[in-house]
Ligand binder design. Sequence first.
Ligand SMILES: Cc1ncc(COP(=O)(O)O)c(C=O)c1O
Length: 410
Amino acid sequence: MPLSRDDALALDSASPLADRRALFELPEGKVYLCGNSLGALPTAVPDRMAETVRAEWGVELVSGWNRAGWTGLVRSVGARIAPLIGVSGRDVTVGDSTSVSLFKLLVAAARLRPDRRALVMEPTTFPTDGYVAQGVARLLDLELRWCDPADPAAALDDDVAVLALTHVDFRTGAMFDMAALTRAAHDAGAVALWDLCHSAGAVPVDLTAVDADLAVGCTYKYLNGGPGAPAFTWVAPRLQGQVEQPITGWWGHRTPFDMPREFEPADGIARMDVGTPPVLALSALDAALTAFDGVSADELRAASLSLTDLFIALVDERLDGQGFEVVTPRDHARRGSQVSLRHPEAYGVVQALIARGVVGDFRVPDVARFGFAPLYVRHVDVHDAVDRLVEVLANDEHRDPAYSRRNAVT
Ligand SMILES: Cc1ncc(COP(=O)(O)O)c(C=O)c1O
């Protein structure tokens, strides 16, 4: 493992993704390791936004729906995401937040198994997943069964309707074995629902190969769609004729502009749609996703693992005895695209690093998270980040009283 800065630069120039960073606007001198929270701004986005606002909305006005292709955006953006998750573009839709999309999918999943009374989820998942599951359990009078994160399959039995898991854990970066757990869910007669927020665009996902049932994911992290960008939803083609989602809005109707009184779900994935699509956000996302054009899942994975391997190796080598514990699995098969370090003063460490131009984030109670978005993070960034981390600790910068009070967003 090469550890010098020159070695890091050499790895960057040899990378097949070396040309990709130029497709992002990143502030000079900043090391951005927070793409697992909010992806960087792709250069294609500002022009596209200006065009959508000025030339489409400003000129076409309401005819934009027909003349500027606004009605087709949901499908075309879905088709751009599809190869990143191993599915057909016909089967992905985009719109609503992750939380709302998850609600729709959880209800739809439970309704696929009407004789079963339990939803299984793991307790350390991202809070919104658990909160939404609690709401769904209450609404449908189901049991929300928390599983052991080390062995979710142990919670399955013949009363479980849905196993809903987050593929890559937001706090630790640990990745579940999607194929094995989907198989376990099916063996128990349950439906497998995957949250891909920390997977899409960062780790290989093949929902078709693992025979998954339903999936949801956000687009503002590794897909770089911008703050609050809409979520994507996938339903296996074999289930699309059966799923019944709870928010029966007009955009999920078979013939929305005939405006009949009775709701009749659209065919295919369109039945997961609800209301008027967010055209500005979809245009930004459509442009953002062009950064993935021509990039293979293998190239993304190789770059991501190379970056996270280097970060872990440098932390091991240079921060030994400083109170850090690498909580992200070292095993490649179990690692997403982030590295999390447990440290008793993690909040101060993250804030002091930000003051030095290295952006990571903090998650309660004691985790400093660093995301490695393979399209734009370089090995030299990893090297420089650890350099500055060493300096922060050496100078006690993380103990600055200014960091004793936490910001609202950590
Ligand atoms: C696994 C997971 N699910 C859901 C969300 C967020 O949901 P929403 O987009 O509705 O805010 C996050 C946000 O970080 C997440 O990590």
